[in-house]
Design a protein around this ligand. Structure first.
Ligand code: UDP
Length: 193
């Protein structure tokens, strides 16, 4: 059962439970989206119906930020530990490497995304990188075609919020072979460091 803060859903699932659910959904060819929720996003969503809809229509709203834990505690909820966007991405990379799912990286500056991929490959031998594109690509149609043809099963989009979530919502139907989408904000910058 999801918990709700000012009308915004947050999932109480742990990293392991989310990965188990994704594995099952992937086996059924179902697309899934992961969005990180923090108090700032809850406040924005409370004022902006489109942002709220974007969050609530995601498959997994993860509790990034201690503010959500505090809110859960006050409501006697079940969310007791953070599920951060960057750690979720790290665990998904381990999962993708161990199960042979190709991964595509879209976003950040060219030198950031290439350095991030180099570090990620070093940490995850065997990871199949289907491709990457920096976050300043203008031709969305060409990019979508490239992702579609890459054979990617997981896609990380690092454009900042809500740009990345809007991109995912708009393009999901055009890349039916991609089954897991995560908007990861500044995470490529973290992996590149
Ligand atoms: N970015 C991008 N294209 C854009 C705007 C931003 O690729 O048009 C990248 C930017 O280079 C950075 C990331 O998106 O790597 C934004 O990270 P930020 O920490 O601002 O996102 P947040 O986590 O705050 O949503």
């Amino acid at each position: 059962m999801k918990e709700t803060y000012l009308g915004v859903d947050v999932s109480p699932l742990t990293y392991e439970q989310i990965i188990a659910s994704l594995r099952e959904r992937m086996s059924e060819n179902e697309q899934s989206t992961i969005i990180a929720v923090n108090p700032e996003k809850v406040i924005t969503a409370n004022k902006d119906e489109q942002v709220k809809q974007l969050i609530n229509s995601s498959t997994f709203q993860i509790a990034d930020g201690v503010g959500i834990l505090l809110a859960s505690k006050l409501q006697k909820g079940r969310i007791t530990s953070r599920v951060t966007g960057v750690d979720m991405m790290a665990r998904l990379l381990t999962f993708a490497a161990s199960e042979g799912h190709p991964v595509y990286f879209y976003g950040a500056k060219e030198e950031v995304v290439t350095k991030a991929i180099a570090n990620i490959k070093e940490a995850n031998p065997g990871l199949v990188v289907a491709g990457y594109t920096n976050g300043y690509e203008k031709d969305e149609q060409a990019l979508v075609r490239r992702i579609h043809e890459s054979g990617a099963r997981l896609l990380f989009v690092a454009l900042g919020s809500p740009k990345q979530e809007l991109w995912i919502q708009r393009n999901m139907p055009n890349v039916p072979n991609v089954l897991v989408f995560q908007g990861v904000g500044g995470s490529f910058d973290v992996f590149s460091g």
